[in-house]
Design a protein around this ligand. Sequence first.
Ligand SMILES: [Zn+2]
Length: 78
Amino acid sequence: MRKPIQDEFTGLAVSRQRKYQLRMQRDRRCTECGEPAAQGSRCLRHLIKARERQRTKRGLKRRYYGTLSYKLESKGKP
Ligand SMILES: [Zn+2]
């Protein structure tokens, strides 16, 4: 069997998924797919996915075009 990862998150009483997210955050990578994060905690693709998911869930109607995901979306590929 492979040796388990030993780092500062090893002993924490949280789920494996949460540890993965914490490790990705520490290495400045997307917490969902492990790609290098644009800014914040996710890559652009997942920033957009998360934004749209939250819109549906909360029933939002306005779009805040000043926010990070829109800015990155307008100048780069998704
Ligand atoms: Zn991602």
